[in-house]
Design a protein around this ligand. Structure first.
Ligand code: RNT
Ligand code: ZN
Length: 419
């Protein structure tokens, strides 16, 4: 028996004394598929073969060598990252990360043919695929507006783009046997104080209803709508605010996408999860890390992430929470960004799964808030790291001390050859 197994057995005993079954926790972690955001690998640039400036507030900073320039390169990088993550996951695409564009084609006329290599790749690996329309970085994002633009022709273009992506997502769901989550996030907003906040929101509402008019069974497609507080160039008003989309999602039975980088810096989304789930709401999480104005830093194991993971474990009783990652950092190795961030999210979920919740809730039920606080704080010192390292080893992936060597080797042999 090696040291990892020895440490795990001791940890397992300690948790068992607290009524926590570590094997059950690991089985639940195995069953928690995370949707990996492909766009960390191409800096949200897409592969349309035309140079669209990065607009809509998706600011990617850094120029670390080795960015994926084609969907094939992006799949190679994702393959590498996935081999360093325990469990089986999903991959999340943007609507411009196409395999190819056909002559004369634009985003409003995309079909499955534009993503056929992605679908074959996912099917070969038994991965789920999610997808999102790309309402940004395109000339038709005009004066910062897409679905809420006053020109009906521009709105029609973006409505057709969203309708096309939903059809593609439903085709993913049919072939892969797991519904594609199709997340609508439109960057529409105003840099300075708008003269009219109502009309753009009325137009967004109509455009969304037109986008979602075509019905698909929920075993093929799940629609989500994502709110945002502000973006670069949309500091004064975001048309699709949280108030707008939470209402829309409840009225139209859509998933509400909570991006943890999209709220006031002191506002955590952890407390929103139970408030939505207790009303049969369904949630798409975009787990990210906001740092000052940037909503998209690589995840670190901090209190915000621990809180989101704990609440997700506590509320996800009927798989109504879909967990995706969403950040982009071009200042470090992009495969390392995927692996470090995703493993941190898995650690946070494991810590939530290993919490001696029954005992802590019993203290609360007895109004023993002193005991509750003592046990909550004591839980932080439990040996979750020994369970994590055993989880990695037993699922055939390197532990925390081992994965960077494999990423550095990949950088030397593949990424460094690209520029
Ligand atoms: C933008 C939103 C959105 C994007 C992706 C690329 O701030 O978070 O989810 O990150 O569409
Ligand atoms: Zn997001």
């Amino acid at each position: 028996m090696n040291r990892t197994e020895q440490f795990y057995n001791l940890a397992r005993e300690q948790y068992a004394e607290l009524g926590v079954d570590t094997e059950q926790a690991l089985r639940r972690l195995d069953a928690t598929a995370l949707s990996l955001h492909a766009w960390q690998g191409d800096d949200v640039a897409g592969f349309e073969g035309v140079e669209h400036a990065l607009t809509g507030g998706c600011q990617v900073t850094g120029n670390y060598p080795g960015r994926a320039r084609t969907s094939a390169e992006l799949r190679a990088d994702l393959d590498r990252a996935l081999t360093l993550l325990p469990g089986r996951h999903r991959v999340n695409l943007q609507g411009h990360e196409v395999d190819r564009m056909l002559p004369g084609q634009d985003r409003d006329s995309l079909t499955l043919e534009n993503f056929s290599d992605w679908l074959d790749w996912a099917a070969d690996r038994k991965l789920g695929l999610d997808i999102a329309p790309a309402y940004y970085s395109h000339p038709k994002l005009d004066h910062g507006l897409s679905l809420s633009h006053p020109d009906a022709g521009i709105r029609r273009f973006w409505i057709d783009h969203g309708r096309a992506i939903r059809r593609i997502g439903a085709a993913f769901g049919r072939r892969l046997g797991t519904p594609a989550v199709c997340n609508v996030w439109a960057p529409d907003g105003f840099k300075d104080t708008p003269a009219d906040r109502l009309a753009p929101r009325q137009r967004l509402l109509e455009s969304l209803d037109a986008t979602f008019a075509e019905k698909f069974p929920e075993n093929e497609l799940l629609d989500a709508v994502e709110s945002k507080l502000f973006g670069i160039g949309a500091e004064s008003c975001t048309v699709g605010s949280h108030d707008f989309y939470l209402t829309y999602a409840a009225r139209r039975n859509k998933l509400i996408c909570l991006d943890s980088g999209h709220f006031h810096p002191t506002e955590s989304i952890a407390d929103k999860i139970s408030a939505i789930c207790c009303q049969q709401g369904r949630i798409l999480l975009h787990v990210s890390r906001g740092v000052r104005w940037d909503s998209d830093h690589v995840l670190v194991l901090n209190d915000e992430l621990l809180g989101i993971a704990r609440e997700t474990v506590a509320c996800n009783t009927a798989d109504q929470i879909h967990i995706a990652l969403d950040y982009f950092d071009a200042s470090i190795n992009r495969v390392a960004a995927w692996v470090i961030g995703t493993r941190n999210l898995q650690k946070a979920l494991l810590i939530g799964l290993l919490e001696p919740t029954r005992s802590i809730q019993a203290r609360e039920a007895e109004w023993d808030f002193s005991g509750r606080l003592a046990e909550q704080e004591a839980a932080k010192a439990l040996p979750w790291g020994a369970v994590w390292e055993y989880y990695c080893m037993s699922r055939g992936v390197p532990g925390d001390a081992g994965f960077m060597a494999e990423i550095r080797a990949y950088e030397k042999s593949v990424l460094a050859q690209r520029d």
